[in-house]
Design a protein around this ligand. Structure first.
Ligand code: TXA
Ligand code: MG
Length: 316
C-alpha cells in the first residue's frame, strides 16, 4: 500500500536507493526518480506506462546544478532562468554527455527546471543528483494536482508520496527551447506567454498536436479523460441533450444540471483559478454514466491560453 506523508528524509532514502516517489510541485505532482540512474528512469517509464520516445524533465534546486548538467546556456535562456526560476518554466538546453540518453529519448537537448515548492526544494537540496519527474499520471491521462490523485492512479505501484497540498498553479510548466538562438515555446503552461515576451521579446509558438514521436510534448490524446468532450457554446450544445448524462465544464456560469455533472472553473472569471481547477474538473467528468461533456473556451490570454490548449487536447 502506498503511504502519503511529509517525511522528506524517507523520500530522500527511497530516491537514493533508486526507487520512485510521488512529489509535489507548484504545477502538478511528479513521479520522481534519479535522473542520472538508468534503472530509476526505466522504473518511471514503466510505472507510468509511458513510451520511451517521450522524454523526461529533470528538476534541480540551483542554477549551479543546472550548469553541471548542460553544455551551454543561450543569453535569452539566462534571462528566463533569472526571471522565472524557481517557477513553472521548463527550458530545453544542450545536455552534457553524462546525462543518460534514456532521459532525453536520445535527443541532444534535455528539459530542465527549478520548481517552486518548499517541500520539493528541500528534498532537491539534500540530493546530489537531479530528479527526473514527469507528471505522476498513467500515460494519456490528465496530470494529478493532489497527492490523493497520485495515490488513486499509481498507488499500487509506488510506496511513497510526499504530500505538498493542492498544486498552486494546477497546469504543467511552459516548455521553451531555442532553434538557432530563436525562442520557441513547445508547451503552453504555468508561465504566461505575455510575461515571457515581456522579458525576451517575441517567441514562436509551436504546440501543434501531432502523434509524431519527433515532436514530443504535443501528443494528441495526452489529456483525454476518457470520454467525448464537445467544445463550443455550452447553451447551444445543451439544447438537445439529456442533462442526466451530460457533463459541463464552464468558465464562470452555473447550469441547471445535477451538481456532480457540473464543474465551474472560476465563478469570478479568474483565469489563474480556472487553471488551478481544470484538471480536477476533467477528473470529475470521468464518470461512467456521462455520455458527453460540454466545455467552452476561456479568453485566450494569460493562463486561459494553456487551459484552452488542454481542453482542445482532451476533446480530440
Ligand atoms: O510542470 C511540469 O513540467 C511537470 C512537473 C512534475 O514538473 N512535469 C511534466 O512532465 O509535466 P511530463 O513528462 O508530463 O511532460 C513533459 C513534457 C513531455 O511531453 C515531453 O515530451 C517534453 O516535456 N520533453 C521532455 N524532455 C524533452 C526534450 N528533451 N525535448 C523536447 N521535449 C521534451
Ligand atoms: Mg505529463
Amino acid at each position: 500500500m502506498v503511504e502519503i506523508g511529509q517525511d522528506i528524509d524517507r523520500a530522500e532514502q527511497l530516491l537514493r536507493k533508486g526507487e520512485v516517489v510521488g512529489i509535489p510541485t507548484e504545477t502538478v505532482y511528479g513521479l520522481a526518480g534519479n535522473a542520472l540512474n538508468e534503472e530509476s528512469i526505466l522504473k518511471i517509464y514503466s510505472v507510468k506506462n509511458r513510451p520511451k520516445f517521450d522524454p523526461l524533465i529533470a528538476h534541480v534546486d540551483t542554477l549551479d546544478k543546472v550548469k553541471g548538467l548542460v553544455d551551454e546556456i543561450p543569453e535569452k535562456a539566462k534571462i528566463l532562468a533569472k526571471k522565472f526560476w524557481p517557477g513553472p518554466l521548463t527550458i530545453l538546453l544542450k545536455k552534457k554527455r553524462h546525462v543518460p540518453d534514456l532521459l532525453t529519448s536520445g535527443l541532444n537537448r534535455m528539459a530542465i527546471r527549478i520548481p517552486h515548492h518548499p517541500i520539493t526544494q528541500e528534498l532537491l537540496s539534500k540530493l546530489d543528483f537531479p530528479l527526473a519527474a514527469p507528471s505522476a499520471n498513467p500515460f494519456g491521462y490528465v496530470s494529478p494536482t493532489s497527492a490523493q490523485h497520485v495515490a488513486n492512479q499509481l498507488g499500487e505501484q509506488i510506496s511513497y508520496i510526499l504530500d505538498g497540498g493542492d498544486c498552486e498553479v494546477g497546469l504543467e510548466s511552459t516548455i521553451i527551447g531555442f532553434e538557432d538562438n530563436d525562442p520557441v515555446v513547445y508547451r503552453l503552461g504555468g508561465t504566461k506567454i505575455e510575461e515571457i515576451e515581456g522579458s525576451i521579446g517575441s517567441v514562436r509558438i509551436n504546440v501543434n498536436m501531432s502523434s509524431n514521436p519527433a515532436a514530443p510534448g504535443m501528443l494528441k490524446s495526452h489529456y483525454s479523460p476518457g470520454r467525448k468532450i464537445l467544445l463550443g457554446n455550452i447553451e447551444e450544445n445543451l439544447k438537445d441533450l439529456d442533462p442526466n448524462t451530460t457533463g459541463i465544464i464552464s468558465f464562470q456560469k452555473e447550469y441547471d444540471l445535477p451538481m456532480k455533472n457540473l464543474a465551474v472553473l472560476s465563478d469570478t472569471g479568474d483565469l489563474n483559478q480556472a487553471a488551478r481547477n481544470i484538471f480536477t474538473a476533467l477528473r470529475k467528468m470521468d464518470q461512467s454514466h456521462l455520455k458527453i461533456i460540454l466545455a467552452e473556451y476561456l479568453p485566450e490570454e494569460g493562463l486561459g491560453r494553456a487551459v484552452n490548449d488542454r481542453l482542445r487536447r482532451a476533446s480530440v
